[in-house]
Design a protein around this ligand. Structure first.
Ligand code: FE2
Length: 413
């Protein structure tokens, strides 16, 4: 691997190389994207890895060919649903294998990003030095590129480990206007985006269900994306959610993933286990003596602003109002019509930098509490788990939120 300063990119050998090790697998990747558009992200990623990572290396074609095969193999997650069966939402691979596959995949994405940054820095360096041959980080050095690969692997490993980790428990106090003082301390267990699928660890789910039960909630709510898979595939683990014991019941709203998996079938599965879905519907939560505590409303995932407002019109205006809406953007449509909106969907943004993009796609909401202009409070959960497409969390722990309600004076008083 002696460094040659001027590798030939346009030789017949390099053309054959590009066709065999880039174009053919890229065509296969394109096939995979027909099933899952998410795989499209791999097209620019592989283009950068091949053309800016491997091709410029001052090493033999055989070694470069080996690196190409390795890169395609490490990115095998794109075809895993084709190779192993299942879908990208719910692959049929063991949890441990999926962990390794996910680390490799994230490291490849990270390496592509670092290669782009390296090229940008080199370009800047040429401009600063006013010298065409000035280079800060060489593209033809195997060892310099390997150092970038290591730099990409560390956050990939940490992020994936966090993605697979147990949820943490976040305690939040909310003052709810009009809450009867006798319900001061009312407890709501708030779970979002549990995304139970075939790699979910049964004992991990059982452990957080136990933890929720130890807290003795008065009410349990789920704000969508509860599972990925069919009842046959994931029903045993999903049934654990029905073991959450909340004194006054358990309710849920639709997420986008509910719409991917025979929603009517799952709705009745949950219903049989004590979890009621509120599809643009309202219910009054009453204590054992029949005293009303609050109105709970649930929005459908694709509810229009008009639909959302019509749902809120169903609530008892004399009672405090809590709304379940999977996408936090819905909160802006019903600001002032409800006291508290509980949402998920964003998974907390997953990675610094990406979180800002996720926020932008969700009307600025990504994680934590927001106080909206007309008095509605919005609480966005980071989610209990992850879907298989993006099992990566950096500085973004998954969570279950324990909400304790306290009375606040009714609005306008
Ligand atoms: Fe979602």
């Amino acid at each position: 691997m002696s460094a040659s300063p001027n590798p030939r990119f346009l030789s017949p050998a390099s053309l054959i190389f590009v066709i065999v090790f880039f174009a053919v697998p890229a065509a296969a990747l394109w096939q995979a994207t027909l099933q899952f558009r998410t795989n499209l992200v791999l097209v620019p990623v592989y283009a950068v890895l091949f053309f800016r990572g491997i091709l410029p290396l001052a090493s033999g074609w055989l070694f470069k060919a080996f690196l190409c095969v390795l890169a395609w193999a490490l990115g095998a997650r794109a075809w895993i649903h084709v190779i192993a069966g299942g879908t990208l939402l719910n692959c049929l691979v063991p949890r441990e294998a999926y962990f390794v596959i996910s680390v490799c995949f994230a490291a490849l994405l990270g390496l592509a990003l670092l290669l782009v940054l390296r090229d940008g820095l080199n370009l800047l360096w040429k401009l600063v030095r006013l010298k065409l041959k000035a280079i800060l980080w060489p593209a033809n050095s195997f060892w310099a590129t390997l150092a970038l690969a290591f730099a990409a692997t560390i956050p990939a490993l940490l992020g994936t480990a966090n993605g697979f980790a147990d949820p943490q428990y976040t305690e939040v106090s909310v003052r709810l206007p009009g809450l009867d003082p006798k319900f001061d301390g009312f407890k709501i267990a708030f779970l979002s985006d549990t995304h139970i699928n075939q790699i979910s660890d049964y004992s991990q789910v059982a452990a957080y269900v136990d933890e929720v039960n130890l807290w003795k909630p008065d009410l349990a709510v789920f704000t969508g994306d509860l599972q990925d898979g069919t009842p046959d595939e994931v029903g045993r683990t999903v049934a654990l959610l029905g073991k959450i014991e909340a004194r006054l019941g358990a309710y849920a709203c639709q997420g986008n993933h509910e719409l991917y998996w025979n929603y009517p079938q799952w709705r009745s599965f949950y219903g049989q286990r004590g979890i009621t879905f509120l599809d643009d519907a309202a219910v009054t939560i009453k204590d054992e003596a029949g005293a009303p505590v609050l109105t709970l409303t649930g929005l459908e995932d694709l509810a229009t602003p008009e639909q959302a407002r019509a749902t809120l019109a169903k609530r008892d205006p004399a009672l405090p109002s809590v709304t379940l809406a999977h996408r936090p953007g819905h909160a802006a449509d019903i600001d002032g019509l409800t006291d508290l909106v509980l949402s998920g969907h964003t998974h907390g943004g997953l990675i610094p930098g990406v979180a800002q993009l996720v926020a932008a796609a969700n009307q600025g909401f990504v994680a934590g509490r927001y106080d909206l202009p007309r008095g509605t409070a919005l609480l966005v959960s980071r989610g209990v788990s992850m879907w298989m497409g993006v099992p990566l969390r950096l500085l973004d722990p998954s969570e279950i939120i324990f909400i304790t309600l306290h009375p606040a004076p009714p609005k306008g008083k």
